[in-house]
Design a protein around this ligand. Structure first.
Ligand SMILES: Cc1cc2nc3c(=O)[nH]c(=O)nc-3n(C[C@H](O)[C@H](O)[C@H](O)COP(=O)(O)OP(=O)(O)OC[C@H]3O[C@@H](n4cnc5c(N)ncnc54)[C@H](O)[C@@H]3O)c2cc1C
Length: 458
């Protein structure tokens, strides 16, 4: 049985890759995303340059004048490992020979550079842009979830404004869709830490209560419009409170029958399996099903650094195959619990996607009952290939200003330039399809290790 499944995963993966490659070849020279990826790859292949540019991007919103922007850029690029790059040395020679007039030019160029990265991963700034984006997606037979950029707010005023922006987004885009007779279910993703300035895992009750006060406003508007609300999961120490918030909403008298609700499970956490079982238990107790978006986890670098700094145990796996294998195991468990739990696979990894397609097929679950979700600006050819294969596809589309979006932007750049990233390994073109699609369990050291990622508790 296991062998038949693995064969089907391989077959599905090969088909998906072949379709994506074909789409890529067809559109490459004319597609903006092709060139964006080339530039990103060229700049970010150089580790020292990547680190300094990320530091620069982090400070960028605080730099108001061209001189400040240029001054900081020079400072960051003066790192001796970065100066080994020919292009950077050339830049410095030009700066020295034409210091004054070029200041403005360089200032403009750096602004353009940062906004290049921002536009690659951020879909727009206003509800109108969201509406136009939705229309473009409808033409491609895709849907989306809108995320307003921002996390970890610093004041209660900011938290109120943030919640209100979601209500406004739902209302405005909902109205535009209605005016244009467009049939489309609105879908938003929200980050709990944006709804309370004192979001503290050590005060879970108070934190959950305050977050829920604001989340209720969004839920009410969503219910009025039949829209979907997904609660994203952030760093590890926020996860428990996030589950508490989700539970409060899911069992609230007003929303306990509301099916358009979802939350996230991160497979990279060492305790992802017991956590998933708790989520399933919650779904069994609820009258109406909800959706789980299964992801690997976006805070990997943060979790490692944070745990090392505090001398705590690292909560995430440190070998990539372990995260991938856990992802497949959780895919099985969640699909085994369909329809109490509906599953959305949040991944760009063709092996992880194919595994879910093959396992759902084996279980007799219809294609329309398993959704695939990918991030805006990443894996566009894979998105189109998934649609060609007749599966529902949703794009996670962040909206808003660059300043609150910086943390999101840095996470995406880190992810896209990591040597272990599936998308990067694929775009480097050094791996054959078989290698890209290999079973993560083949990398386990022994049978004992393998078993941890296979067995499913009843
Ligand atoms: C629609 C959508 C919504 C998302 N929402 C959330 C969310 O709410 N919360 C959240 O945390 N993330 C979220 N993510 C991001 C997601 O967790 C991943 O960071 C991202 O999708 C990359 O994983 P992948 O399967 O696409 O790619 P892959 O390249 O297969 O996997 C990369 C991931 O593997 C893990 N990893 C990398 N190196 C190692 C290592 N050495 N050891 C162990 N594990 C490693 C990391 O999680 C890394 O992100 C979302 C992603 C999508 C597509």
């Amino acid at each position: 049985m296991e062998n038949t499944l693995q064969l089907e995963v391989l077959e599905t993966g090969r088909e998906l890759l072949a379709r994506a490659d074909k789409i890529n070849r067809r559109s490459c020279l004319f597609s903006r995303s092709y060139w964006e990826e080339k530039v990103l790859d060229m700049v970010m292949r150089r580790e020292a340059l990547k680190i300094q540019l990320l530091r620069y991007i982090d400070t960028f919103p605080a730099l108001k004048t061209y001189n400040q922007r240029l001054g900081h850029l020079v400072q960051y690029l003066s790192d001796e490992r970065v100066l080994k790059e020919k292009i950077i040395r050339l830049l410095f020679i030009l700066l020295k020979t034409h210091p004054i007039p070029l200041n403005i030019l360089y200032g403009l160029a750096t602004s353009a550079g940062v906004s290049f990265f921002a536009h690659k991963f951020i879909a727009g700034t206003s509800p109108r842009e969201a509406f136009h984006y939705i229309n473009r997606l409808i033409r491609k037979q895709m849907t989306c979830t809108l995320d307003i950029l921002g996390e970890a707010v610093l004041s209660e005023k900011e938290a109120d404004e943030y919640a209100q922006r979601y209500v406004d987004l739902l209302e405005n885009v909902g109205r535009m869709l209605k005016e244009n007779s467009t049939s489309f279910q609105l879908n938003v993703s929200v980050k709990p830490s944006s709804f309370y300035s004192q979001f503290k895992p050590s005060a879970p009750e108070k934190t959950a209560d305050r977050v829920c006060e604001r989340l209720y406003l969004i839920m009410k508007k969503a219910k009025e419009l039949n829209a979907f609300v997904n609660l994203d999961v952030e760093q590890y120490d926020y996860r428990e409170v996030t589950l508490r918030i989700f539970e409060k909403i899911a069992f609230d008298d007003e929303f306990k029958d509301y099916p358009h609700l979802g939350m996230v499970i991160q497979a990279y956490l060492k305790d992802a399996l017991p956590f998933t079982l708790r989520v399933i238990e919650l779904a069994r107790r609820r009258q109406s099903p909800f959706t789980v978006r299964l992801v690997k986890g976006a805070y990997w670098d943060y979790e490692i650094i944070n745990a090392r700094q505090l001398e705590w145990e690292i909560p995430v796996y440190v070998e990539k195959w372990q995260t991938d294998a856990r992802f497949e195991q959780l895919t099985r468990i969640l699909l085994d619990n369909f329809p109490q739990v509906r599953l959305a696979i949040g991944s760009h990894n063709v092996r992880s996607i194919s595994y879910a397609m093959a396992y759902a097929h084996k279980k007799g679950i219809r294609k329309s009952d398993l959704e695939f979700q990918l991030l805006y600006g990443m894996g566009d050819d894979i998105k189109a290939a998934i649609v060609e294969m007749g599966c529902p596809l949703r794009v996670y589309a962040p909206y808003g200003d660059l300043i609150p979006g910086m943390a999101y932007l840095v996470r995406r750049i880190l992810e896209n330039t990591s040597n272990e990233s599936f998308l990067r390994q694929r775009s480097a073109g050094r791996m054959a399809a078989e290698e890209l699609l290999c079973n993560p369990l083949d990398l386990a050291k022994d049978e004992n290790e393998r078993t941890q990622f296979i067995s499913i508790p009843q």
